[in-house]
Design a protein around this ligand. Structure first.
Ligand code: GLN
Length: 539
C-alpha cells in the first residue's frame, strides 16, 4: 500500500533565515530522486488568508490558480518544484479555527466540548493528510511559520508531536536554526540553537535533523557540540552557509546528502538520481557576465531604515529567470514612485535603464509618479512592462496624454473624472458594504490572444491562463477611443469581455497585463512575456 511520509520544518532562534527556501530545497532534492512531493505552508496568523496582510509586513501575497491568497513561500515551492499548488497547501490559524467553529455550529461534534487541544491540532493533521492524499504524495513537507518558542505556533507543533508520536516511521522533523557570529567575538555560536532545540523538546518534539544556517560553513567541532547537546547524530547537523543566490541551496544540500539521509531514516533506498538540469542552470547563472539594468517603480520598499524586497518577490524572480534565459545577469534597482511626481530631472534618470517595470499595487500613493514614469518610457522608447496596476496606470497615461481624455483616472483613486479604470457592478455593492476580504478577481482566468500581437508572438499560442488579484478593470466604455489612438488590447477574457493585455505596437516594448505573469515564472521555465520584455531590454 502507498505510504505518505511527512517532513516537518520549523525554525529555531530567529525568523528570516530561509525556512521556506530550505523546505523548497528539500522538496526539490526528493523530487529529483523520483518521488512525488507536496508541501503545506502554515502561517500562524489569525488572518484567514494572506489577502488582508500588508506586503511590507508579511511579504508578497502569492496567488495560486484556484485563487488562494497565500504566503510567498508557496511561490518558492512552485518555483523549486516546478508545479502549481492550491488551497490545501496553505493554512493559517484563522482558517483552521474558522473551520472548527463552523463545524461546531453545525453540531458536527455531536454535543462534545470542543477544545483547543485536541480539536485544533486534529484539524491541522487532517488538512496535512488531505494534501498528501490529493497528490498521492510520497512526501508532504510541512513548513511551520514563526519560530520555535513562540506562543503562536504551539498548536502546530502539537500537531507535529501527535503525528510523530503516533506514527514515528512516517515523520521526520527538521529544525532550521541560525548560528550567529558576533563581530566582537568572531566565532560561530551554537548556544541559541541548543536553547531552541530544548524549547522544541519541551513541546514534546524531537528533531531528526538540524539545518544550521550561518554566514559561514559550520565546522566539525561545532557540529559535534550541537550533536551532543541536541541528541542528533553528527551527520544530521547540516552546514548551510549563506549563498549568492537561492537556487544554489538544493545543490549545497545535495553535497551534504540531505536527501540520502532522509531516505535512510525512512528505510527507503536512495535512487542516486540527481538534478542535472537544475545544476546546469546554477552553473550557467554563475558564469554570466553581461548585465541588464532593470528599474522597478513601486512603493512597497521601505520599512524604517531598511529596504525590503519581499513585497515583489515573484517579480524579482521572474526578471532573473528571463534575464538568465537571455544570458544576462539582471541588475535590479528600486525606484520610489513619489520622486517622479514633480521632478523632471528624476524622470530623465530613467534613461539609464534598459527596461522599466511597474508592478502591482494598491491605493493612490505614488500613482501619479508611476504615471509620469510610464509616460516617459512611452515617449523615450524605453522598454516598459506593467503588471496589473502597471497596466491600469499605463491606460490612464495613454488616455490622458494620447487620447485626450484629460480627466482619465481610476475609481481606486477618485470618484470623479473619466474613470477609464472602474469596478464591475457586482463589486460596487460589496465595496459599499466595506466587504474587502475576497472581493477581488482572484486566481486563474482564461485569456485569448490576438494573432500577430506581441503577446501572441511571445506565447506562440492563442489560449492562455494567467493568475489575477485585483478589484478594478479597464472600463470598456473607453476601449474604442483608446484603440483608435493606437493601443492594442491584445488579450481578452471572452467570457466576461474583460481586457487582460494592452500593448503599443510602435514601441520597442510597451505592454501591460491585468494579470500577474510573474506568479508563473520558474527558473527552468521563464515566463514568455518576461522573456519578450528582456529581449527588448537587451537589444
Ligand atoms: N489596485 C488595483 C486593483 O485592485 C491593482 C491591483 C494589483 O496590482 N494587484 O485593481
Amino acid at each position: 500500500m502507498h505510504m505518505t511520509r511527512y517532513i516537518f520544518i520549523a525554525g529555531g532562534v530567529m525568523s528570516g533565515v530561509g525556512k521556506g527556501v530550505a523546505t523548497a530545497s528539500i522538496g526539490k532534492i526528493l523530487l529529483s530522486k523520483g518521488f512525488t512531493v507536496s508541501a503545506v505552508k502554515i502561517d500562524p496568523y489569525i488572518n484567514v488568508d494572506a489577502g488582508t496582510m500588508n506586503p511590507l509586513e508579511h511579504g508578497e501575497v502569492f496567488v495560486t490558480d484556484d485563487g488562494t491568497e497565500s504566503d510567498q513561500d508557496l511561490g518558492n515551492y512552485e518555483r523549486f518544484l516546478g508545479r502549481s499548488f492550491s488551497k490545501v497547501n496553505y493554512m493559517t490559524t484563522g482558517n483552521v479555527y474558522d473551520t472548527v467553529i463552523k463545524r461546531e455550529r453545525n453540531l458536527e461534534y455531536k454535543g462534545k466540548c470542543v477544545e483547543v487541544v485536541p480539536h485544533i491540532p486534529l484539524e491541522v493533521i487532517s488538512r496535512i493528510k488531505d494534501a498528501g492524499k490529493q497528490d498521492k504524495a510520497d512526501f508532504v513537507l510541512i513548513e511551520i511559520g514563526g519560530t520555535v518558542g513562540e506562543y503562536q505556533n504551539m498548536l502546530f507543533l502539537e500537531a507535529a508531536r501527535m503525528m510523530q508520536a503516533s506514527s514515528p516511521e512516517q515523520v521526520f522533523f527538521v529544525m532550521v536554526s541560525y548560528l550567529p557570529i558576533p563581530s566582537s567575538i568572531g566565532e560561530q555560536k551554537t548556544k541559541p540553537t541548543q536553547t531552541a532545540v530544548r524549547t522544541l523538546n519541551e513541546a514534546g518534539v524531537r528533531p531528526d535533523m538540524i539545518i544550521a544556517r550561518s554566514e559561514l560553513p559550520v565546522d566539525r567541532p561545532r557540529k559535534e557540540k550541537i550533536s551532543l547537546s541536541c541528541n542528533i547524530p553528527i551527520d544530521h547537523v547540516i552546514s548551510a552557509p549563506d549563498v549568492d543566490f537561492i537556487y544554489e541551496i538544493p545543490v549545497n544540500f545535495d553535497k551534504e546528502d540531505v536527501g540520502g539521509k532522509i531516505l535512510r531514516k525512512f528505510g527507503l533506498k536512495d535512487t542516486k538520481k540527481d538534478m542535472k538540469e537544475w545544476k546546469a542552470m546554477v552553473q550557467k547563472v554563475r558564469s554570466l557576465t553581461k548585465t541588464v539594468k532593470i528599474g522597478i517603480v513601486g512603493k512597497y520598499f521601505e520599512i524604517g531604515d531598511f529596504t525590503l524586497m519581499d513585497s515583489y518577490l515573484s517579480v524579482i524572480e521572474a526578471i532573473k529567470h528571463a534575464a538568465w534565459a537571455e544570458n544576462y545577469k539582471p541588475e535590479i534597482t528600486w525606484l520610489s514612485a513619489q520622486q517622479y511626481e514633480k521632478n523632471s530631472k528624476a524622470l530623465q534618470g530613467l534613461k539609464q535603464f534598459d527596461g522599466i517595470i511597474v508592478p502591482g499595487g494598491f491605493g493612490s500613493r505614488g500613482s501619479e509618479g508611476k504615471i509620469n514614469a510610464i509616460g516617459y518610457c512611452r515617449k523615450q522608447n524605453i522598454p516598459f512592462f506593467g503588471l496589473c496596476l502597471g497596466l491600469q496606470l499605463a491606460v490612464i497615461e495613454f488616455a490622458r496624454n494620447v487620447a485626450g481624455i484629460i480627466k482619465a483616472n481610476s475609481r481606486e483613486f477618485t470618484e470623479k473624472g473619466d474613470l477609464v479604470i472602474d469596478v464591475l457592478p457586482e463589486q460596487k455593492i460589496l465595496l459599499k458594504e466595506k466587504k474587502y476580504g475576497g472581493t477581488m478577481r482572484l486566481g486563474a482566468y482564461a485569456c485569448s490572444l490576438q494573432k500577430g500581437s506581441r503577446a501572441y508572438q511571445a506565447y506562440k499560442k492563442s489560449d492562455i491562463q494567467e493568475r489575477h488579484r485585483h478589484r478594478y478593470e479597464i472600463n470598456n466604455v473607453y476601449k474604442e477611443r483608446l484603440e483608435e489612438k493606437g493601443m492594442v488590447f491584445s488579450g481578452i477574457n471572452k467570457e466576461r469581455g474583460l481586457v487582460e493585455i494592452g500593448e503599443l505596437p510602435n514601441h520597442p516594448f510597451f505592454m501591460g497585463t491585468q494579470f500577474h505573469p510573474e506568479l508563473k515564472s520558474r527558473p527552468l521555465l521563464p515566463h514568455p512575456l518576461f522573456v519578450a520584455f528582456m529581449k527588448a531590454a537587451t537589444k
